[in-house]
Write a protein that binds this ligand. Structure first.
Ligand code: MG
Length: 377
């Protein structure tokens, strides 16, 4: 067992722009050209290091600029000089040191867990309660406005053994959504299909369009309307037998409590970038389960470091039963930042068993893709 009483003495940051291979359209916005993430590295007195990634999206969780400022200005003073052992105390202070900025808090907790795991010689899942699974079924999103490119992607997914897709809907028109659902039903009947509107429907259009889409019997329909339209979410849930999932409507445990009490959903998409950390994500999933609701392992536009953090969280959270969507590294980014590739085998994300997060970024890549950084010489 390593020494957890040692202090954290190094705190380095990189704001990255990572090139992507295609355009992704979601109900609330598009990503094209690059996706932006912020990487945090903590160093302790014996030279051990831990990494965490924040993966913001301006229309969903927040901006990379706010994330970088939260980590650089407001969270740094809580961490430098603190003991590695005092993770819970640091995170409790971080919750109120800066409002919102949940992606920054997720990166901080991931880096603290990675550092603790590396010093102690245990995987992050062991620090989160232990492991309930060795692999997690992977879902890949179908979100290209040019469906011909997604037809090529579907063939690739089939070859790779992926059998779950999430169709992103509500960004063009209803006919486009129905056409793609018909294509999937006809050509890939063995695939599990989920539908995600990312808040893309107006409250006027939502009832009829959700009813049409439900005819295809997807596993679930996710977040058809705006995050704050709890009343319409409740009505849509009552109007269809297909489970309705909340994503943007539920960030942390506080939202989960309200969503469950108002009956707006049958399940929830759990993301460390929304909840503000891995332990709070576990809390969301457990609250959902306590209310008889299902939980899905969602993600943002992430690089492999955030995928790893999410993988460890899901590996230690039996309540998350609907798989995960850590597909960006394999099917969206031009190049990942990890030294060793994020492991997906036969459509399953493989849970690492090595200390910490089980992977770390290549520092040369961090410097190559950085648009700003704060790194000690
Ligand atoms: Mg979603």
């Amino acid at each position: 067992m390593g020494d957890l009483s040692q202090k954290i003495i190094g705190y380095d940051l990189w704001h990255l722009e990572l090139p992507v291979t295609s355009r992704r359209d979601h109900g609330i916005g598009s990503v094209e050209g690059v996706c932006e993430v912020v990487v945090l590295r903590l160093t302790s007195e014996d030279g051990s290091q831990g990494y965490g990634e924040a993966s913001p999206w301006s229309v969903f969780t927040g901006t990379p600029e706010a994330t970088y400022a939260a980590l650089n200005r407001y969270l740094r003073p809580l961490v430098v000089g603190a003991k590695v052992a005092d993770r819970a105390a640091i995170m409790a202070q971080a919750a109120y040191a800066v409002a919102h900025c949940t992606e920054a808090k997720a990166a901080l907790e991931a880096a603290l867990l990675d550092l603790t795991g590396r010093i102690s010689g245990v995987p992050v899942w062991a620090l989160l309660g232990g492991k309930c699974r060795d692999s997690i079924p992977l879902s890949c999103s179908i979100a290209n406005p040019d469906f011909a490119q997604d037809i090529d992607l579907l063939a690739r997914l089939q070859d790779d053994g992926v059998r779950i897709v999430k169709l992103k809907t509500g960004f063009k028109d209803h006919a486009f959504d129905i056409m793609r659902l018909e294509y999937l039903a006809q050509h890939y009947p063995e695939f599990s299909v989920r539908v995600d509107y990312n808040q893309g429907l107006s409250i006027e259009d939502a009832p009829a369009q959700v009813r049409d889409v439900a005819q295809f019997d997807p596993d679930f329909i996710e977040q058809p309307v705006r995050a704050h339209h709890y009343g319409m979410m409740m009505k849509l849930r009552q109007a269809t037998d297909v489970p309705l999932l909340a994503d943007e409507s539920v960030f942390g445990p506080e939202d989960m409590e309200r969503a469950a009490s108002e009956g707006i959903c049958d399940g929830v998409s759990v993301k460390i970038m929304k909840s503000g950390g891995l332990t709070r994500a576990q809390t969301v999933a457990r609250m959902a389960a306590a209310h008889g609701l299902s939980a899905y392992g969602g993600d943002m536009f992430e690089a492999g470091l955030a995928h790893l953090a999410g993988t460890h969280m899901i590996a230690a959270t039996p309540e998350i039963t609907l798989g995960c969507e850590f597909y960006q590294v394999s099917y969206f980014l031009s190049e990942d930042i990890l030294e060793e590739p994020f492991k997906v085998e036969q459509g399953q994300v493989v849970v690492p068993d090595t200390p910490g997060l089980g992977g770390k970024p290549d520092e040369a890549k961090l410097n190559h893709y950085a648009v700003s950084k704060s790194v000690a010489a």
